[in-house]
Unconditional design. Structure first.
Length: 47
C-alpha cells in the first residue's frame, strides 16, 4: 500500500510530509534495534 504512488487528486498538499521528515524517519528506523531476551525487550539506537 505504501509503495504505490498516490493519485495527485487525492493528495492534500498541506498534509503531505516533507522529504526531510521522511528521511529522518527512515534513518531512525534503520538505526533502531529491538532485542528480545526471554520476557524482556531491549531497544537500542545504533548511531
Amino acid at each position: 500500500m505504501y509503495s504505490e504512488t498516490s493519485h495527485s487528486e487525492r493528495v492534500n498538499e498541506k498534509l503531505a510530509p516533507k522529504e526531510d521528515t521522511i528521511r529522518f524517519l527512515l534513518d531512525y528506523s534503520k538505526a533502531l534495534s529491538v532485542i528480545d531476551y526471554k520476557f524482556l525487550k531491549f531497544e537500542a539506537l545504533l548511531n
